[in-house]
Structure formats: C-alpha cells, structure tokens
Design a protein around this ligand. Structure first.
Ligand code: C5P
Length: 224
C-alpha cells in the first residue's frame, strides 16, 4: 500500500544464506531458506516503507515492491548493505557464513594422491556487529537474529550485547522444531529492557508483528 506506519521510512533487510566458494564448483553454505527475511521485507513494504532486501542465494521470488539485491558471499553482502545505507531500520536476518576459504582455487580441486585437501578458513566480516557499532550512519533501530539450538533467550541476550543490536529476535532452530526451511516460527524478541515471547506464528505474521513494533519504536523520529 502507498501509506502506512512505515511510510517515508527506509528499511534494509538481509536474508538467506551466504555461499563461500572453495573452487569454481564448490562452496560452503547453510540451510537458511530466507523465508523469514523475505517475509520481513514484504511486511515492511506493505506497511509503506521503501525496502532494500540484500539476499543470499534462495529459491524465493523477489518480493513485490522491494528493491532486491542478490549476492552470494558475506563480503558481497556487506558491500551491498553498506551501499544501501542510510536506513531508518536495519534487520539482519541472513545466516551469514562465519568463515570462508582463505584462498579460492581457480580450477576445480582434483582428487589426488595426497588425500583430502586441507581447508584453511578465515573469518568473514560480521555485518550486524560492524553496522551496529558505527557512530555515524548507524540505523536508529538495528535488529539482529539469533538462531540457536538450546536456550534461545539466554544466548540471544548475550548476542544483544556482543553485537550492539537494539533488538534480537531469538529462536530455537533445533532440527526437530522444523524452523529452518519451515513456514512457522516461534520467537523471543529481546530488548535491553526485557523479553517478549511470541506464540508460534507463520513467518508472515512474525514479520508483520515485528515491523509494526519497529514502526511504533521509530515513531515520529527523523526520517532517513
Ligand atoms: O553470531 P551469529 O551468526 O549467531 O549472529 C547472528 C546475527 O548476526 C544475525 O542477525 C546475522 O544476520 C548477523 N550476522 C551478520 N554477519 C555475520 C554473522 C552474523 O550480520 N558475519
């Protein structure tokens, strides 16, 4: 719609996995479907925002009315996020690979007599942490995700501090819960002043609730 609680706002969303190449045909990736992040981008647009979605490889169609930038690696995702700023609200829902190969082989790695190749990994940039700790140009509301197996609230609260986010949306992604790749999500929204635990909802409903709360939070502040 053309007018809503996020009209005049720019919302930036990351979603999906990243693929970190080993050689021209192989990569390190993860099982993120991108569904929750895509739903957040769509919800923000529905509430009137201008939305930039920076997406790793997914099987999903670009959300309608959303400027979608497709990337593969964490470093490409970082550059696309940086280029899309400033934003009023930034939501980091991507499952970014923590590591990449120290060097990418220009030719397909061959099976040889020396046994399996030894992969040397180096750390990827932490996009959320870098953006959240910026003085100038930090989005006024920075939302991160914490996909954990185990105590999502405790681990998410730690993440709120270590990343410098304003809110962390934490969930338990133990395989038996069917969150990764599934259509529903049960989340805890962790803020500095407390935790709100939401019931199991569709990823669309989680997205809409989150973006309504974000709209309320940024209220009538200066627009980016
Ligand atoms: O540390 P961890 O990966 O569990 O943190 C998850 C949060 O940090 C998510 O919001 C994710 O999008 C973000 N993140 C990021 N860049 C990374 C790693 C995580 O933006 N390299």
């Amino acid at each position: 719609s053309s007018s809503g609680p996020l009209t005049g706002r720019h919302v930036l969303v990351t979603a999906g996995p990243t693929y970190e190449p080993l050689d021209p045909v192989r990569f390190i990736g993860n099982r993120s479907s991108g569904k929750q992040g895509y739903a957040i981008a769509a919800a923000a647009a529905r509430l009137g925002a201008r939305v930039t979605l920076v997406a790793g490889p997914t099987a999903l169609p670009d959300p309608k009315g959303v400027a979608t930038v497709h990337v593969e690696t964490a470093r490409e995702m970082f550059d696309a996020v940086d280029a899309a700023l400033p934003a009023d609200i930034a939501v980091f829902a991507a499952a970014v690979a923590d590591w990449r190969a120290a060097s990418v082989e220009p030719e397909k790695i061959k099976k040889g007599e020396d046994g399996p190749p030894q992969l040397r990994l180096v750390e990827n940039p932490d996009i959320l942490k870098t953006i959240a700790s910026r003085g100038f140009g930090r989005p006024p509301l920075v939302i991160g995700f914490a996909a954990e197996t185990g105590n999502a609230v405790a681990l998410g609260s730690k993440k709120l501090a270590s990343k410098g986010a304003d809110w962390i949306v934490a969930n338990d992604v133990s395989p038996e819960r069917g969150i990764f790749g599934g259509d529903h999500n049960e989340v805890h929204v962790i803020r500095r002043d407390g935790v709100e635990s939401w019931p199991a909802l569709s990823k669309e409903d989680v997205a809409l609730r989150l973006m309504r709360a974000a709209a309320e939070h940024v209220g009538a502040s200066h627009r980016n």
